[in-house]
Design a protein around this ligand. Structure first.
Ligand SMILES: Cc1ncc(COP(=O)(O)O)c(C=O)c1O
Length: 418
């Protein structure tokens, strides 16, 4: 009786929803205004975009052709499982493993000592870093750590610390967005384990925490145990292929984990990322042996994309280290060109470090902000309203010329405070 009633209710609901929610025979994506809006935005974005760290030089057309021509689009593939120790495989775990083995040495991990993941995003990588760091420290000391992170770090780190119910100490930054070592020293509790999140390129200014200076303080104060996670969402993509490779090298800096976005420098068209830690860190985690997955599931997510590892593999095989180096070289060349052009028109700008391609400056008018999709920020130390350009591999000198010509036609009176 109860089942019949539910069935009738479901039928009534279905009829009430018709026709708006059911498939229309005459439906054509070509005349759908909602989809047209997406196409228009994508086009405007790819022509003028300068404000966010994405590489619009996406070279995946042949990948999609390969994918479709092999009918993989008809199959639900899922990389649930550990790509470092493959048991059951419902997707492309072996391809993910190969990508991890390719990239691990660029961050100073030997492929056999590394434990990695193609994450869902930079945020997901930070989530794993904070989660593994917390459990590592708890396991070796029996105490809950304090998380130290700078005020200009990406907001995901603060949110994740809140989700993981960690006590957070926010460390002040200098004007270029880097953690102030003396403020870190003052905040550091010598009695509790320390989970430090370093920013290798803050989102707005490209600020770089001085890991060596902070490490020296950690050595001196010697809290019961230390775990260092590096948030290198954008910079971690190109630095390994530049003269600044040391800045993301674990052998030089001694960090325990690192997170990098895949859809920033590497030019993957869907959010994803790389995450690396060591097998030594993983030995202190709960392995979560899951019988129906026939293996250990120490990572946070169960289902994971199998197509992003395929795209990562595709790009790594086609470009190789040489291709990534050419992309990084171009970013530095175009950044130098942007600086030269801003100097020519006398527009104030700042850059945190020679390894940065994030150039921030006095904010132009709203029309320019909109046209170039510029990101706004505010800092009294630079006279107030700011915007930035992030020179990514797709940004050419022609786009810089157009942008600087627009700036020149509306020179603002905003001057830096000092
Ligand atoms: C420094 C930094 N960390 C983390 C993130 C978050 O990365 P994702 O967007 O891949 O989650 C960003 C995004 O811009 C970032 O700039």
């Amino acid at each position: 009786m109860k089942t019949n009633l539910s069935l009738i209710l479901a039928l009534i609901l279905l009829l009430a929803m018709t026709p708006a929610c059911l498939a229309e025979e005459a439906y054509s994506a070509d005349s759908d205004p909602l989809l047209q809006g997406v196409i228009d935005r994508a086009q405007a974005f790819s022509e003028n975009h300068l404000g966010y760290p994405v590489n619009d030089d996406i070279e995946l057309k042949e990948f999609y052709e390969w994918y479709l021509s092999n009918d993989i689009d008809r199959v639900m593939m899922n990389n649930a499982g550990d790509p470092n120790d493959i048991t059951a495989n419902h997707g492309a775990l072996e391809v993910e493993n190969e990508v991890l083995r390719f990239f691990a040495p660029y961050y100073g991990f030997e492929p056999d000592e590394a434990w990695g993941l193609i994450s869902a995003s930079g945020t997901d990588g930070n989530d794993h870093g904070i989660y593994f760091g917390r459990h590592y420290l708890e396991d070796v000391t029996g105490m809950k750590p304090i998380l130290y992170v700078s005020t200009e770090s990406h907001y995901s780190n603060m949110r994740l610390a809140e989700l993981q119910q960690l006590e957070v100490r926010l460390i002040d930054t200098d004007e270029m967005g880097a953690m102030i070592p003396d403020s870190f020293r003052t905040a550091l509790d010598p009695e509790r384990p320390a989970l430090v999140v370093f920013s290798m390129g803050t989102t707005f200014k490209g600020g770089i925490d001085d890991q060596q200076a902070i490490n020296a303080i950690l050595d001196e104060v010697a809290p019961p145990a230390v775990y260092r996670h590096v948030d290198a969402a954008l910079f971690g993509g190109y630095l390994p292929f530049s003269e600044y490779a040391d800045k993301v090298d674990r052998r030089v800096l001694g960090f325990d984990s690192i997170a990098i976005s895949g859809h920033k420098f590497f030019g993957i068209d869907d959010p994803c990322g790389l995450f690396f830690t060591s097998k030594e860190v993983m030995a202190h985690q709960n392995p979560y042996d899951i019988s129906y997955l026939e293996g250990s599931m120490p990572m946070i997510n169960c289902s994971r994309s199998a197509t992003n590892p395929l795209k990562f593999y595709w790009i790594a095989r086609h470009k190789g280290a040489e291709g990534f180096k050419a992309m990084a070289d171009k970013m530095f060349e175009v950044t130098a060109y942007l600086k030269e052009k801003l100097d020519e028109i006398g527009w104030s700008y700042w850059i945190s470090d020679p390894c940065s391609t994030t150039v921030f400056f006095s904010r132009p008018d709203e029309a320019t902000m909109q046209k170039y999709f510029l990101a706004p920020d505010y800092d009294e130390r630079f006279g107030g309203e700011l915007a930035h350009v992030i020179v990514m591999p797709n940004v050419g000198k022609d786009l810089i010329d157009r942008f600087v010509a627009d700036l020149q036609t509306q020179q603002t009176t905003l001057e830096p405070a000092a």
